[in-house]
Design a protein around this ligand. Structure first.
Ligand code: ZN
Length: 180
């Protein structure tokens, strides 16, 4: 007997029935689908953004939304990841006041006008860019329900470029979930 929340269930070692199923399964320990369930799909796409560097903050919400809609994922998870060690992803209310506040906060925490050990070793003078990127992190996960990203009304997904020069950035968008 499946419990109600077991529509998608992980095959478990403790259930004799599950043990039997596991033997005939192509993917041991994979999420299994019950009859009538929608197929699970994984889709990977890339968003490309040209930035000005120097703590440029770019709203990428609509591009991520378009990707979710294009893939017709009803329920699941979008994982976003920016390639590179001087950029980050986060969410914020995309209005000029709070964007300026965030830029000022980062300048205070990790000033751009002092020397870092990285600058001595590497000579590209962007020690502050690497530190800011590590602090905020390169990835973000947003749940999807009813075909939509579960963001707040005033919550946008943003790319932050901390490098000391303009860059072209690639953001990986991996969407995993039930298709429509
Ligand atoms: Zn560097």
């Amino acid at each position: 007997m499946l419990r109600p929340f077991d529509k998608l269930r992980v095959v478990s070692k403790v259930e004799p029935q599950a043990q039997h199923e596991r033997k005939s399964s192509v993917m041991p320990f994979a999420l299994r689908r019950s009859k009538g369930e929608r197929p699970m799909v994984i889709h990977t796409a890339k968003i490309v953004e040209k930035t000005r560097g120097h703590c440029d903050i770019i709203d990428i919400t609509n591009k991520v939304k378009e990707e979710v809609e294009r893939q017709k994922i009803r329920r699941g998870l979008a994982t976003l990841f920016v390639s590179g060690s001087t950029a980050s992803l986060t969410t914020i209310e995309y209005e000029s006041g709070v964007l300026k506040d965030l830029q000022e906060l980062l300048e205070k925490l990790i000033p751009s006008n002092r020397k870092y050990h990285h600058d001595d070793r590497w000579g590209d003078d962007n020690g502050f860019s690497h530190l800011r990127a590590s602090l905020l992190g390169p990835s973000l996960q947003v749940p999807i329900d009813d075909g939509k990203l579960m963001l707040g009304t005033w919550q946008q997904i943003v790319l932050l470029d901390f490098d000391n020069r303009p860059r072209t950035r690639e953001i990986v968008v991996q969407i995993m979930g039930e298709s429509e």
